[in-house]
Write a protein that binds this ligand. Structure first.
Ligand SMILES: C[S@@+](CC[C@H](N)C(=O)[O-])C[C@H]1O[C@@H](n2cnc3c(N)ncnc32)[C@H](O)[C@@H]1O
Length: 219
C-alpha cells in the first residue's frame, strides 16, 4: 500500500493551519478561564525522555534550542525550568504563539522567544540552532491535505538550513516508525540514538505507538 493510501497517513484537518488556529483559540480561552495549559501531546513522558537524554549529553545551558511547532510552549517551559537559557519556539498559528507566550510569562520566563513563523518558509532572521526539537509537528505537516510530499521535503530542507553542522534533532512522532523517519531524514542526518518508548503487543505483534529519535546533522 502506498503511504498516502494508508488510513494512518490519510490527509486530515490536523494538517491545516485553520485546525490549529481553532485548537489554540479554544486553549487560550481555557487558560484564561481556568488556567489549564491544554493538551500535552504524547504525555509528559515524551518531554522527560528527551530531557533525560539532554542531561546525559551534558549540553551547556547556553545551547541554542529551537522548538519547531511549539503549540502551547510547554516543552520550552520544561527546558527553561531545567536551566536552558537560549530557547526559541516557532509556530505558524498566531493563537499558539499567544498561548505559549502567556504561559511562559506566567512562570516568569520572559526571555524565551516565541515567534509566529511557518517552518516550511522560515524567515532569515530565525538564525541557526544547536538543537531542534519536534513533538508532533512533522506528523501534522505529514497530514497536510494539500501537498504532503512537498511539505515533508520542505521540512527537511528547512531543517538542514536551521540546524548547525553536528547539531542534534530530537523528533517524537506517532505517525512514523524509526525506519520511516530514517528514510525521511537520511539526506544530511545520521541516527544518533533511539529513545525508548512504551511497547505494546497486539495479535502477536509487538510495536511502539510513539517513536522518539535523535538525529545528528552531518558536518
Ligand atoms: C501536534 S501539535 C504539537 C504541538 C507541540 N509541539 C506539543 O508537543 O504540544 C502540532 C503543532 O505544529 C504546528 N505546525 C504545523 N505545521 C506547522 C508549520 N508548517 N510551521 C510551524 N508550525 C506548524 C501546529 O500549529 C501545532 O502547534
Amino acid at each position: 500500500m502506498k503511504e498516502e493510501d494508508s488510513p494512518t497517513f490519510a490527509p486530515s484537518r490536523l494538517g491545516t493551519k485553520e485546525y490549529w488556529d481553532e485548537v489554540y483559540q479554544k486553549e487560550l480561552q481555557t487558560f484564561s478561564d481556568f488556567g489549564g495549559v491544554g493538551e500535552i501531546w504524547f504525555g509528559e513522558e515524551s518531554m522527560s525522555r528527551v530531557i533525560r537524554w539532554l542531561e546525559e549529553q551534558n549540553l551547556p545551558r547556553s545551547t541554542a534550542v529551537l522548538d519547531i511547532g511549539t503549540g502551547n510552549g510547554i516543552f520550552l517551559l520544561e527546558l527553561a525550568k531545567y536551566g536552558f537559557k537560549n530557547l526559541t519556539g516557532i509556530d505558524y498559528s498566531a493563537s499558539s504563539v499567544e498561548l505559549a507566550r502567556t504561559i511562559l510569562k506566567k512562570d516568569g520566563f520572559t526571555d524565551v522567544k516565541v515567534e509566529e513563523m511557518d517552518f516550511l518558509d522560515p524567515q532569515s532572521t530565525l538564525g541557526t540552532f544547536d538543537l531542534c526539537i519536534d513533538k508532533g509537528t512533522f506528523d501534522a505537516i505529514s497530514l497536510n491535505p494539500v501537498d504532503t510530499q512537498q511539505g515533508k521535503r520542505q521540512y527537511v530542507s528547512s531543517l538542514r538550513r536551521i540546524l548547525r553542522p553536528e547539531g542534534f534533532f530530537a523528533i517524537t512522532s506517532c505517525n512514523w516508525t524509526k525506519d520511516e523517519l530514517f528514510q525521511h531524514f537520511h539526506q544530511g542526518f545520521d541516527v544518533e540514538m533511539e529513545l525508548p518508548t512504551p511497547v505494546f503487543q497486539f495479535g502477536g505483534v509487538t510495536g511502539n505507538s510513539v517513536t522518539s529519535l535523535v538525529f545528528k546533522r552531518r558536518p
